[in-house]
Design a protein around this ligand. Structure first.
Ligand code: FES
Length: 121
């Protein structure tokens, strides 16, 4: 079962457990748990849901596949390099930044760093 801790500089940590086999994105899990990650398009095109993913030491890193839209937007934002994309796809090395609307947690334990969205508070 994925264990996801949502962390921002302006709110208390919120821990969520995603259902095994669930195909919901981190953004979906966040919203279901009242976590206000900013978002707009939910399609991997606007970049407003940018998150930094910290993998908990000693736990498996599994959700590394990036969508084509995610790769394109992260490159535009300067948050991923071609080398990091190759590392993710070939060597299962997780990149530090993801889009919450594209990232589907599987069995890993992660800390999601995000900027709180006060407009939705
Ligand atoms: Fe637009 Fe995620 S909400 S890229």
């Amino acid at each position: 079962m994925p264990i996801i801790t949502f962390r921002s500089t302006t709110t208390k940590d919120k821990r969520a457990y995603a259902t095994a086999g669930d195909t919901g994105t981190i953004l979906t899990v966040a919203r279901a748990n009242g976590v206000k990650i900013p978002f707009e398009c939910q399609e991997g095109e606007c970049g407003s849901c940018l998150i930094r993913v910290e993998y908990v030491e000693g736990k498996p890193r599994m959700a590394i596949a990036l969508t084509e839209r995610e790769k394109t937007k992260l490159k535009e934002l300067g948050k991923i390099t071609e080398e990091q994309i190759t590392d993710a796809e070939v060597n299962d090395v997780a990149p530090p930044y993801r889009l919450a609307c594209q990232f589907i947690a599987r069995e890993e334990e992660v800390i999601i760093h995000y900027e709180h969205c006060p407009a939705e508070a």
